[in-house]
Write a protein that binds this ligand. Sequence first.
Ligand SMILES: [Zn+2]
Ligand SMILES: [Zn+2]
Length: 352
Amino acid sequence: MNEAQLAAESRLEKHQAEAEEAEPKKAGEQASSGHSHARIEKPKTLLGKVLSVGAFPFALTAVFCGYFYALEKGYNLAVSITVLAFLNLVFVMFLEKILPHTYRWKIRWQALKTDILHVVFSDRINYLVFELLLGGVLLWISLKVSELFNYALWPSQWPLLLQLPLTCLVAEFFHYWWHRASHEFEWIWKFHATHHSSEHMYFLAAARFHPFDNLMAHAVQMFPLVALGVPKETLALYMLFVSVQGPFGHGNVSIRLGPLNYLFAVAEVHRWHHSQNLQDANSNYGGGIIFWDLVFGTFNLPKDREHQPDDLGLVDMPRFPQNYVGQLASPFRWGKLTKDDPEGGKYHGRRR
Ligand SMILES: [Zn+2]
Ligand SMILES: [Zn+2]
């Protein structure tokens, strides 16, 4: 090999080394600026257009009809809402196949496995803890509050469909502040980070919650409702509404709700909350409805609708586990998980 060849080879090696060095920097820049956008799909057929506008209102109407049918027949409420929520989930899975928002968000086996375990174990643990520990306390408080106000605090005589918006307003107010606090206080964020660890939106991403986060969010909403004396039929209807919204809020579906985006926290609105761009993400805290975000000035629905958030998930936390057990332990291993971040986990509270 002559001198010229040697020099060329050494230049090539240098160039490759620089390229390798530059690559992670580029990826990091992209992640923190959050300006990478997913190529979004548009409905191509008439059926697609109809579904993108009508799928969510249709699903909501269908499960509500199913619920009223179950009430009339005297079926078990918990079983009925579980079956209806499952049918809704299957519907969203089907919509993801025929009407995806973007092809870049592919369902990964690791994420699916983790989220199935969240559904099977975390939800079950939550239910038991809630029933055993909080259930009795809730009933006691409810009784005391009702006695105090002479049993006339909640308009139980109203039709269920009129009680539902009122239930949403009360429950979502507490949900809003709990959710917002979990982004602004480090100790709560350590638990809520699990929900934001999904790198793609898909039908089961709504199930990914640390059990403590889930339990607290549930308790924070249910305490006031039970204390106000909301009847169990209304509570079940509200829970059904939230379980329809979950997969629609996180699904990779090309949903176009138009003005209804100012009412419901479905994917068009909620996916911004999962963006890695913190200015976009510190918004849209609503779970089922978006009303309190509009009131408290955190509603975010960018005008340029062609650009959608693509970099989803946690910012600068490459060590955050993607497996179920790792996620359960994550709040207690926070120091280890954030040790790569020179600012010591500056994004922990996802502050602006
Ligand atoms: Zn959040
Ligand atoms: Zn979410």
